[in-house]
Write a protein that binds this ligand. Structure first.
Ligand SMILES: [Zn+2]
Length: 378
């Protein structure tokens, strides 16, 4: 009656445990409602996507680069084509001027901003780097090649230049501040050298394994509840995991949830989506008479939602919806905690879950039991 492919898909459909009405839902968003942004993501991942470069050995090298984690994430974002340059935002339906904010001479795409723009060129000259970019169309693919081809020192220099260009580009856009390429590069080089020095010292000191008491999970006061949320994002994967756990003042596991959604464009976006899902989960459980503390280990996300950071253009929609939800949930507050205090959510985010599905727990699954014990045993 059905072709094999359809039959398989039908058989694989999970049957809801409660009696719910059928409805049409869009696969690209967690609430099933179509948005232009999710439509673009869906199309992009399946057509342009990273499919053709997914097997590139550069991907695995990104996370081994001897560079600050922030620089590695930036590298990953370029390779994923997810830097919110103006042509990209425009193709996602955002109306804004397309011209490069640095020179006003050409539309701002990655190739122009990072390579062909006068500012980028001066920055590269300043640190003695030069590349023949004739014929290069795909910056993401080009950079992936460079990760593999270049000696690690030179790649470090190259990505430092790109990050510097991006930093000053944002400074120009948001603060209308711009400096000469030589000053920009001096600052970039200083920050990378400082980081390297600090790292060397750390390696010499052999960091102690003692855990700072501040980084331990603490239960809320009697009567109150705590929700921890975390995400698990694997490079190149099509989806990512979100884990959340609800515990009481004794640290007892009351409920947990793992869900798996379409891969975000950045770690920041993923973390923000995680908080949004946790807030929806709390709202669904009608805990209005209880104080609920939500904790995330993404400082960037927590600060953005509390409106302390300005530059969150690319995840603005998610941050905004978190903010709105938090306003509606008067009994809920959100704060940042160290990763070490967020282990249970971290393990739940890694719990196996099919893409676009969710798993609800009324008792802790095996992989989080140890983390729960760790949190309550002082
Ligand atoms: Zn330019």
């Amino acid at each position: 009656m059905f072709v094999e492919e359809d039959a398989k898909a039908i058989l694989a459909t999970s049957i809801p445990q409660r009696d719910v009405k059928d409805r049409l839902a869009w696969i690209g968003t967690s609430n099933g409602i179509y948005s232009a942004k999710s439509g673009y993501h869906f199309w992009f991942d399946r057509t342009v996507g990273t499919g053709n470069v997914q097997q590139h050995q550069g991907w695995s090298k990104i996370w081994k680069l001897n560079l600050h984690h922030k620089v590695r994430i930036f590298t990953w974002r370029i390779c994923r084509n997810s830097i919110p340059v103006r042509t990209r935002l425009s193709s996602r339906g955002i109306t804004l001027p397309l011209e490069c904010p640095m020179c006003d001479k050409a539309p701002e795409d990655m190739l122009h901003l990072f390579f062909n723009c006068d500012f980028a060129l001066e920055c590269r000259n300043n640190v003695g780097l030069s590349y023949d970019m004739t014929g290069v169309i795909d910056v993401a693919g080009w950079l992936l090649d460079k990760i593999v081809e270049l000696p690690s020192d030179e790649f470090g220099k190259l990505i430092t230049v790109l990050l510097g260009v991006w930093f000053w580009r944002n400074n120009k856009v948001w603060n209308n501040k711009l400096v000469a390429a030589s000053v920009a590069m001096a600052e970039s080089c200083r920050s990378i050298n400082n980081w390297r020095e600090a790292r060397k010292k750390l390696q010499v000191q052999k960091p102690s394994r003692a855990v700072n008491i501040d980084s331990r999970w603490t239960p809320p006061e009697a009567g109150a509840l705590k929700v921890n949320v975390d995400v698990s994002i694997r490079e190149g994967a099509e989806s990512f995991g979100i884990g959340m756990v609800l515990r009481n003042h004794e640290g007892i596991f009351m409920a947990g949830k793992t869900l798996c959604l379409q891969a975000p464009s950045s770690v920041f976006e993923g973390e923000a989506i995680g908080v949004r899902e946790a807030l929806s989960w709390i709202a669904d459980q009608h805990l209005e008479d209880r104080r609920v503390y939500v904790e995330s280990d993404s400082q960037l996300t927590v600060r953005a939602i509390h409106n302390e950071d300005v530059n969150y253009l690319e995840v603005g929609v998610v941050v905004e919806s978190c903010y709105q939800k938090l306003q509606q949930l008067e009994h809920v507050s959100l704060s940042f905690i160290r990763r070490n205090a967020n282990r249970v959510a971290h393990e739940l985010a890694r719990y196996p879950c099919l893409a676009y599905c969710q798993v609800l727990f009324t008792s802790p699954p095996g992989n989080v039991v140890e983390a729960i014990m760790y949190d309550v045993l002082k």
